[in-house]
Design a binder for this molecule. Structure first.
Ligand SMILES: *[C@@H]1O[C@H](CO)[C@@H](O)[C@H](O)[C@H]1NC(C)=O
Ligand SMILES: *[C@@H]1O[C@H](CO)[C@@H](O)[C@H](O)[C@H]1NC(C)=O
Length: 556
């Protein structure tokens, strides 16, 4: 890729620091044109009094929407309706778990949360009050639904029982980075659709604490949708199922599969983009999110009806960051290692650099050995005054770097190829002499292979967590492992590139790239076509590391 193929988002972002805001605004308008605004009235609806957003809720969950009607702001009104529907769903479930109004009273047994794991993130963003309320309300709903129907899930699946709640079963066999992006995206949809999220992944409890106190997010023992052959969402939607007028045998399916991968077609992307698509599945009991490996959360921002709500919940568009801090809390074996490593090596360092070097099996990219020390030197935010002082003192005392041992910059290296670590450790000695700064390089060792047993998954998780505790992140382009670390950290990473004069490229945000996002999507039932996702909103960018097919939300 040449410099000339840079997308506008990247250029905008890099200019952000030097341009006054009003100038930036006019530049955005000049570059992408005024935002496309969809007039809800011009979109078709199934002749009801309900707006398109409201039609995405089952009828029985709309009964408390009246109190939201007077709210003028579309996004705030939508959040009000989400809260009302989630509350109604919690109330209709017969389970215990407290009244839907009460705060939960369960004690937390997750050492990560109890011992201050989340506080280690120095760059974390706060949830908006809207998002916090929704997560609280969702947790109560989840807990009550699970308490009422958990043991009956199989009967619900076999249609022996009409369920009180609706469900999402998520499973994924890709690498850990892909799994986490796919899970966070699925969770976003779960909170937008008042569906109980259940995980079908054998080792999950060894990796993460239960996010819903007093409840469970793991499918019941003996329940599996791995071999389920229900129709896909696209088949269902194409038959006109889900609206009251159509009746076709496939329309009665109580399970639909939804998948977003590198080969997903535009017909499946309608699930993200078309308002009537979301509405069509509102009464389906179980959605089977099986083997998605994408950060498809980005795609919901292309849905004109969901967008105002999403912008209210995530004003900075940092979806992965905010949801992962709620949903993903490592279990004790991982947390103990994170805690010790942090106390030993990171706590007293003046700055923490994370370097992630992705290698496929048997590969060795030499350029990492050139690029990473260059980027560490140029992007660690070394203060010019300090640098000048250090050089001055080095002149007088050649052992200055070694003797001044309490001040150091930590560099955590994650790589499956151990040679990168050794190379970097050597290169940094030279940079110490140039800068007068002490660098300490750490790693947790490499196996040379990506393995999937619990021990290796815990190790991979530890690696992601250590990287995510950085102040500055340097990652391999297109690496989902790196994406999850940047998302957790809430910082925009540099991608390492094979060019000596320009090896570190700033990405557009901490939110991961949706590698194979929608390009053009027709929504005939809603009477519109999304022709170009990059023209929908000014924060929708092509990913700097995969510009042809990738979509990424820039932070605002
Ligand atoms: C970090 O600094 C504190 C306070 O200066 C000190 O007590 C502690 O031993 C240091 N930790 C390590 C691992 O050096
Ligand atoms: C890294 O380099 C330092 C200084 O030369 C050395 O003391 C240390 O043992 C090296 N670490 C590894 C793991 O090779």
């Amino acid at each position: 890729m040449s410099l000339f193929e840079l997308n506008s988002c990247w250029q905008l972002h890099s200019c952000f620091y030097v341009m006054p805001f009003f100038f930036l605004l006019s530049l955005i308008n000049a570059l992408v044109g005024p935002e496309t605004v969809y007039d809800q009235r011009s979109l078709v609806s199934d002749s009801s009094e309900w707006s398109l957003f409201e039609q995405s809720f089952p009828e029985k969950l709309r009964e408390q929407f009246g109190s939201c009607k007077s709210i003028k702001d579309e996004g705030e009104r939508g959040v009000c309706e989400l809260l009302a529907a989630t509350h109604t769903q919690a109330s209709t479930a017969q389970g215990n778990g407290g009244s839907p109004e009460d705060p939960p009273t369960f004690t937390d047994s997750c050492p990560y949360r109890k011992e201050g794991g989340p506080d280690l993130y120095l760059h974390a963003s706060q949830r908006t009050p809207h998002l916090q309320s929704l997560l609280d309300s969702y947790s109560r709903m989840h807990t009550r639904c699970v308490s009422s129907e958990y043991s009956k899930l199989k009967d619900i699946y076999l249609r022996k029982l009409t369920p009180e709640c609706r469900y999402i079963v998520w499973s994924c066999t890709f690498g850990l980075g892909n799994r986490l992006m796919s899970l966070i995206s699925t969770f976003l949809y779960a909170i937008l659709s008042q569906r109980v999220l259940l995980v079908e992944n054998a080792e999950w409890e060894s990796l993460f604490c239960e996010p819903f106190l007093g409840s469970s997010w793991i499918v019941p023992a003996g329940f599996s949708l791995k071999d389920d052959e229900s129709p896909s969402f696209a088949q269902f939607y194409d038959l006109g199922c889900g609206s009251d007028t159509q009746r076709h045998p496939e329309c009665s399916s109580n399970v639909l599969s939804v998948v977003f991968s590198g080969t997903t077609k535009s017909s499946e992307h309608r699930f993200l983009v078309c308002p009537s698509a979301i509405a069509s599945v509102r009464n389906v009991a179980i959605l089977n999110f099986q083997n998605s490996n994408q950060h498809f959360a980005v795609g919901f921002f292309l849905n004109p009806v969901l967008r105002p709500v999403l912008e209210t919940l995530f004003p900075k568009h940092n979806v992965f960051h905010l949801l992962s801090h709620f949903l993903l809390n490592p279990t004790r074996p991982v947390w103990e290692k994170v805690k010790n490593f942090h106390a030993m090596h990171l706590l007293n360092s003046t700055r923490r650099i994370g370097v992630q070097l992705r290698e496929s099996k048997g590969e060795y990219r030499d350029y990492y050995d050139m690029a990473s020390p260059l980027c560490i030197k140029s992007k660690s935010g070394l203060c010019p005054i300090e640098l000048a002082e250090a050089k001055e003192r080095m002149k007088k005392d050649p052992n200055f770097v070694a003797s001044n041992s309490q001040d150091y910059i930590s560099v955590y290296v994650s790589s499956l190829a151990g040679d990168h670590f050794t190379q970097l450790n050597t290169s940094m000695r030279k940079i110490e002499q140039e800068t007068g700064q002490q660098f300490r390089i750490f790693t947790q060792g490499s196996d040379g292979e990506q393995l999937e047993d619990v021990g290796h998954l815990q190790k991979a998780l530890l690696d992601i967590w250590m990287l995510s505790l950085s102040d500055v992140l340097m990652t391999s382009h297109m690496s989902t492992f790196g994406y999850t670390a940047q998302g957790l950290a809430g910082i925009t990473p540099y991608h390492l590139k094979p060019w000596p004069d320009n090896p570190c490229w700033l990405s557009v945000s901490s939110d991961p790239c949706f590698h194979f996002g929608p390009k053009k999507v027709r929504c005939p039932k809603d009477k519109f076509t999304m022709r170009n996702p990059l023209k929908e909103v000014n924060y929708m960018c092509s990913c700097p590391d995969l510009p042809n097919t990738g979509l990424q939300l820039a932070e605002s």
